[in-house]
Design a protein around this ligand. Structure first.
Ligand code: BGC
Length: 360
């Protein structure tokens, strides 16, 4: 049905240009230019969505000369659905989503598919969904780096038999589950052997940073021995650090993170955060845009990997990129990669820390 409309529009454009004396077929070209819709989840759970994903996806689409529409659902599931409907009506050939949860993500993907629109799960796999591809990082590896990072930072500080608090991401984000399975694969054996003590362990609804600090405040009240915190991303890490600061405990308790945000990197250089996980979003955006463009042109791309969706019991063709652990001594790598600029990072009291870290 939708394809039919496009053909009609294209034919109409051809007819018009055919009648014109110069035979200019610009309009038919325009009607044929692939259009890609992208829905990002929110702008608060991590700085990455608006500062990195949008920027790199836009650059990739511009470079390929395709039409695109990138919108942000601002953590509103209803708005997510409305944006998707509008994009489908506007004739996108491909819809790429980072879902807010698998249930609402699936509804969007299934509807798009029914209308002949190809779909890609971007960063977050929609369990039970119908996307043609999934592009992300190896999210279990992300979690493993966080677990190993926490172990290293505790050792560096000479903290023995630490009590660990775990502040997980949103339980409705499949990635949060994967991160947790990654860091628990490192931490659980240590809890089992008695080397580490398992403290409070909680999910943070919708990755909400404010709720994260309330939850951590309660954790600290209930267990004064907390001496290491596995925080699932930089936003939650910063929420933890703010509570530690109030209790004059910052810098003494290692805290992890993820996303290599400006704030996370600053917290690392100040000694308040132990590590973050850098995911080269430019690579992720390029890979996803490449697939989207191929799909929009009707090509089928093969991927070297698949990811098993246990809910839908299907293997989804996937591209999974490799994450990297960042500590104070290699913050410079993120700058050298162009992900964050020295000007963004090195402000106020961070300036001297940047110089020490060889960043200018
Ligand atoms: C992403 C993380 C991000 C988190 C919160 C996850 O799905 O992979 O990079 O920090 O969502 O937005």
């Amino acid at each position: 049905m939708r394809k039919g409309i496009i053909t009609l529009i294209a034919l109409g454009a051809l007819t018009v240009s055919g009648l014109s004396a110069c035979g200019n077929d610009e309009e038919s070209d325009d009607a044929k230019t692939p259009k890609i819709g992208v829905i990002l989840p929110d702008s608060k759970s991590s700085a990455r969505w608006e500062t990195a994903d949008r920027k790199y996806l836009e650059a990739a689409f511009k470079a390929a000369g395709v039409k695109y529409d990138i919108q942000n659902a601002q953590n509103d599931k209803q708005a997510f659905q409305t944006i998707a409907d509008q994009m489908i009506t506007s004739g996108v050939n491909v819809l790429m989503i980072a879902n807010l949860d698998s249930g609402t993500g699936k509804a969007v993907l299934d509807k798009a598919k029914q209308q002949g629109v190809a779909t890609i799960d971007y960063d977050r796999l929609t369990l039970g969904g119908s996307a043609s591809y999934y592009v992300s990082f190896d999210n279990v590896a992300v979690g493993r780096l966080q677990g190993e990072g926490l172990v290293k930072c505790l050792a560096d500080k000479g903290i023995s038999t630490p009590t660990i608090a775990e502040l997980n991401g949103s339980q409705t984000d499949n990635n949060a589950t994967l991160f947790k399975s990654g860091y628990d694969s490192v931490l659980q054996p240590k809890y089992d052997s008695g080397e580490f003590i398992k403290g409070p362990d909680q999910w943070v609804p919708e990755w909400d940073n404010a709720q994260g600090s309330t939850i951590f405040e309660q954790m600290l009240t209930s267990d004064k021995n907390i001496s290491g915190v596995l925080a699932a991303n930089d936003g939650l890490g910063n929420a933890v650090i703010s509570v530690l600061k109030k209790n004059q405990m910052n810098g003494r308790v290692p805290v992890t993170g993820q996303d290599a945000t400006v704030q996370g990197l600053q917290n690392i250089l100040l000694g308040d955060q132990c590590m973050t996980v850098y995911k080269a979003i430019e690579q992720e955006a390029d890979a996803a845009a490449g697939l989207a463009i191929a799909l929009a042109k009707g090509d089928k791309e093969s991927t070297s990997q698949t990811v098993h969706d246990p809910t839908g019991d299907r293997d989804v063709p996937s591209i999974l990129l490799t994450p990297k652990a960042i500590y104070a001594d290699n913050v410079k790598d993120v700058i050298d990669d162009g992900y964050v600029t020295a000007a963004e990072l090195c402000t106020g009291d961070i300036t001297s820390k940047c110089a020490e870290a060889g960043i200018q």
